[in-house]
Design a protein around this ligand. Structure first.
Ligand code: ADP
Length: 568
């Protein structure tokens, strides 16, 4: 049976090991998944930043096209019918020009509109007077760029004035008026350029306006955050001069998008700050990792606990097995004696009255030994079902202990002479008498079995308002590491292996003592050996001539069982 048990617990251990292995595998997989998620999330967050930059540029360009269309559209919107048509001068733009890239009070004085006839190269302007180099630059550059456009597209171009032309820091928005040819195929050719020149602040204002009203990321991605809290932005002109910084500071670990270039090579860079990343739909990296690792540690801990439990179960099974065989052995010895002497009596071979008395004495003594053993087993079984009950009542300790020693003497045989008592005669304790029999007999029995040949001392005295009982022998003693565990059921020390026993005597002592609200322990004896100590609460020293006994301590319920040691 034991091998079946150990087989099944080996199987259980293997299962537990497998569980742990699987948990480790899952943890590794989760780690790898988290890493790959981290890379994907990182890429996605950078892509979001890039998208935001492009979105700003595109929306700004739309806005610019719209504004330019309102100003330049009436002039350049419809193609001329003939290359010889006269074209309107810049004055035609002047009325609406204020709405295109206004600079604000400080810069508006530098703004002007212009027309450039591509046939003659004639440049006319309205508004602020353009400096000479800027006029030349406009005439050359815009004429060249306008011609290189693949025909009018209905869109307007943006150019930033280069340094050194007097146009540094200027932004030019223009459209091309075309002439339509109806030949083999209809096609348009550039005829004139109409445009507006403004300060960079005009562009900055336009971009800032877009930023204030146009969401840069779709709502389901932005998680409800406005642009101002979502993206850090830098807008710069082609020379690298920063036109606008917006949004939260990017900070450490921000996700930078690729730079985007828009109207007139205006550049935008965007970052998603790290703290914002966690709030977006693609969650920040590594958020679930601690949870997964925590779960793995928990699984490992649970497996370890289960493994320990299995080992304890195994140990218990072994102890019970030992117990069964040692109890059987313990029962067989007295039974053999009883049988032997009983048959002797039955056959009338006792050899006279003395022989009969001796035979009856042995039978009674062995029957008591049996009864004591059975009582111990019953106590243990009650203890396992938490049914141990005692009914403490005031009792004079010295007479009780002397009676117990007397009852025990026949069992101890020749060893009885070794038992010496040192008793406080006036001591009255609150104790269950039956339980006291069981406790003291178990301790004396052990002292006789394991205490060598030296004297055994039974002491009783008052200690801190309670009674302190001691049973001291001069045997081998109990090693310090075993002093706690010998009180557990079925525990027998290997050093005493040859001495018969069931391993439950001390466990019963402890259960009964605890039921009294007391405690028990073992310490080294004063002359080697061991001293088993039992302390029960509620004792007093009374005058020998009598007097009121101390009140009984309350107990759960009375034990109705009569101890075999009290039966005469
Ligand atoms: P057992 O029936 O084996 O005596 P107990 O529960 O009474 O069971 O004791 C448990 C173990 O404690 C014993 O097997 C023995 O190894 C050890 N032990 C008990 N009393 C003594 C003692 N007086 N001296 C040395 N060892 C003892």
């Amino acid at each position: 049976m034991q091998s079946a048990v150990s087989r099944s617990s080996r199987f259980l251990m293997a299962l537990l090991g497998l569980t742990l292995g699987l948990a480790a595998l899952l943890a590794v997989e989760a780690l790898r998944a988290t890493r790959s998620h981290q890379v994907t999330a990182d890429r996605a967050l950078r892509d979001y930043a890039t998208v935001a930059a492009w979105e700003l540029l595109t929306a700004s360009d739309e806005q610019l096209q719209h504004a330019a269309g309102a100003v330049l559209g009436p002039v350049v919107g419809s193609p001329a019918a003939s290359p010889y048509d006269s074209i309107p001068s810049a004055a035609a733009l002047a009325r609406a020009a204020d709405s295109l890239l206004p600079c604000g009070a400080a810069g508006d004085s530098a703004r002007f509109v212009f027309s450039l006839d591509l046939r003659s190269g004639a440049l006319t302007s309205r508004g602020a007077e353009p400096p000479g180099p800027l006029r030349t630059w406009l005439a050359d550059t815009i004429a060249r760029e306008a011609r290189s456009l693949a025909g009018p597209t209905g869109r307007y171009a943006t150019v930033w004035g280069p340094p050194g032309t007097g146009g540094a820091g200027r932004v030019v928005v223009y459209g091309v008026k075309a002439v339509r040819y109806n030949g083999y195929a209809v096609h348009d050719a550039p005829l004139a350029v109409y445009g507006a020149v403004s300060c960079p602040a005009g562009m900055t204002r336009l971009v800032a306006g877009v930023l204030a009203h146009h969401p840069l990321l779709p709502a389901q991605v932005a998680g409800g955050l406005p642009n101002a809290r979502l993206v850090a932005l830098t807008v710069s002109d082609p020379s690298g001069a920063v036109l606008l910084r917006a949004g939260p500071p990017p900070g450490e670990g921000a996700y930078a998008g690729d730079p985007a270039a828009g109207p007139g090579s205006m550049a935008v860079r965007a970052w998603l700050p790290a703290d914002v990343a966690g709030r977006l739909v693609v969650t920040g990296p590594g958020l679930r990792l601690p949870v997964l690792l925590g779960l793995f540690v928990l699984t490992a801990a649970l497996t370890a606990v289960a493994g320990l439990q299995v080992r304890r179960e195994q140990e218990l099974v072994r102890l019970r097995h030992d117990f069964t065989s040692s109890v059987s052995h313990e029962l067989r010895t007295p039974l053999t004696q009883i049988l032997l002497y009983g048959e002797t009596l039955e056959l009338g071979r006792a050899g006279g009255e003395d022989g009969r008395r001796e035979a009856i004495g042995v039978i009674v003594q062995e029957a008591r030994r049996l009864a004591h053993l059975v009582e111990n087993v019953l106590h243990l079984s009650r203890a396992e079902r938490r049914l141990v009950r005692v009914s403490p009542a005031p009792v004079a300790v010295a007479p009780l202990l002397r009676e117990i020693v007397e009852r025990f003497a026949p069992l101890a045989g020749g060893d009885a002479v070794r038992i010496r008592t040192e008793l406080d005669e006036s001591l009255v304790a609150t104790a269950d008498v039956d339980a006291m029999h069981q406790i003291v007999i178990n301790l004396l029995d052990n002292a006789v079995k394991y205490g060598g040949t030296g004297p055994i001392v039974l002491r009783a005295g008052l200690n801190d308002g309670g009674v302190r009982l001691e049973v001291e022998d001069r045997g081998r003693g109990i090693p310090p590491r075993d002093r706690d565990r010998i009180w557990q059921p079925f525990v027998r020390l290997r050093s005493n292996g040859a001495t018969p026993g069931s391993g439950i005597g001390l466990a019963v002592v402890r259960e009964l003592v605890v039921a009294h609200g007391g405690r028990c322990l073992v310490e080294p004896g004063s002359d080697g050996g061991s001293r088993f100590v039992v302390e029960l609460p509620g004792a007093a020293r009374l005058p020998l001539d009598g007097g009121p006994l101390p009140p009984a301590a309350p107990a759960p319920s009375a034990s109705s069982r009569e101890s075999p040691w009290r039966a005469s």
